[in-house]
Write a protein that binds this ligand. Structure first.
Ligand SMILES: *Cc1c(COP(=O)(O)O)cnc(C)c1O
Length: 360
């Protein structure tokens, strides 16, 4: 068996130790005589798995007690509509920052429910930057301010948390959650599809300040109303039981590896090494403003795009896969989430240098 280094943006690589543990527990979880997939979500075994995952996530992110944690389905994309439905609370307008493809989708969905004030957009830089605090045109009447801390497709990450006064901040952290410590207290709602930096697809984590739960607008479908999920411990309906379990194994793995601050150091090193390799060469380029470069998703282009397919093919022969850039951007993209080991990034860097020598 030969495992590759998988640079997919999502579903993304999962720590090998987690997969091995899942494999070991597959046929008989903890003496239950069955796999987690086969368990009733209301049985005491599964309830203990679910509760432990939540406790570990709370510990890892230091989530305060006045925040609810939900383990939902429907992807981050469902949250694009759940956010306005739960958070408008009688208001008619919300602020959105537009930094790229995922912001745009969130904005398009919000427009179905309210007036969207674009507090800032970086479209004039082809989304290669993040706006400065001083350039945010914030509305103090906004029900909330939504932004995308890390744009997975463009590889653009906010180097700071915007200040919004009393207006709750909502963050789509799908591709940056757990990559570095954050102060949860500063947010109203954090949400993330699991398939980037948490675990398998099918699970969406939502962390919501409790005063923002319980005021969904009239007509909100039961499955999008946070209160239903909070009141039922995310078991209003059958949850994505196996994905939730796997996420729990990832949380446990993170804890045994020193938690998020230890991860942040590794993530910073991985990103720094890859950007240094790109910047140190005339053959590779990354167009993103240096201060806004993502730690998690690193797009890069080759001097001659005719070589793209050769690059991808040779990389694959070297056990480095899923490096093709998003169809809207082209070139390459290396997603280097928590589960991508440093050796994987170093192996990519060596391959890039060697490729440049032969083709540059
Ligand atoms: C992947 C991604 C999404 C979409 O997630 P789904 O779970 O597929 O709905 C939304 N926002 C960001 C930032 C993403 O990276």
């Amino acid at each position: 068996m030969a495992r590759v280094y998988n640079f997919s943006a999502g579903p993304a690589t999962i720590p090998e130790a987690v997969l091995e543990r899942a494999q070991a527990e597959m046929l008989d979880w903890n003496g239950s005589g069955m796999s987690v997939m086969e368990m009733s979500h209301r049985g005491k075994e599964y309830m203990s798995i679910a509760a432990q995952a939540e406790a570990d996530l709370r510990e890892l992110m230091a989530i305060p007690d006045n925040y609810k944690v939900m383990f939902l389905q429907g992807g981050a994309s469902s949250q694009f509509s759940a956010i306005p439905m739960n958070l408008l609370r009688g208001k008619t307008t919300a602020d959105y920052i537009n930094t790229g493809a995922w912001s745009k989708k969130a904005i398009a969905e919000a427009k179905r429910f309210c007036d969207v004030n674009i507090a800032a957009t970086t479209e004039d830089t082809q989304f290669m930057t993040t706006p400065k605090q001083a350039d945010l045109n914030l509305n103090s009447d906004a029900a909330y301010m939504h932004f995308t801390p890390n744009e997975t497709i463009g590889g653009v990450e906010f180097p700071y948390l915007p200040e919004t006064g009393d207006v709750p901040i909502v963050a789509d952290m799908s591709s940056t959650i757990l990559s570095r410590p954050i102060d949860v207290n500063k947010y109203g709602v954090i949400y993330a599809g699991a398939q980037k930096n948490i675990g398998p697809a099918g699970l969406t984590v939502v962390i919501a300040r409790d005063d923002l739960v319980g005021n969904a607008m009239d007509g909100t479908p039961a499955m999008l109303d946070y209160k239903n999920h909070v009141d039922n411990d995310s078991m209003y309906n059958t949850p994505a039981t196996y994905s939730w379990y796997l996420a729990g194994l990832v949380f446990d793995w993170l804890k045994s590896n020193g938690g998020i601050s230890a991860m942040a150091q590794i993530n910073e090193r991985k990103a720094a090494a890859l950007y240094a390799a790109i910047d140190g060469s005339d053959f590779y380029a990354n167009p993103v403003e240096v201060a806004s470069r993502s730690w998690m998703n690193v797009p890069f282009t080759l001097a001659d795009s005719e070589l793209d397919s050769v690059f991808l093919e040779e990389a694959k022969q070297n056990g480095l896969v899923t490096l093709k850039g998003h169809r809207s951007v082209g070139g390459m993209r290396a997603s280097i989430y928590n589960a991508m080991p440093e050796e994987g990034v170093n192996s990519l860097i060596s391959f890039m240098a060697d490729f440049e020598k032969r083709h540059g």
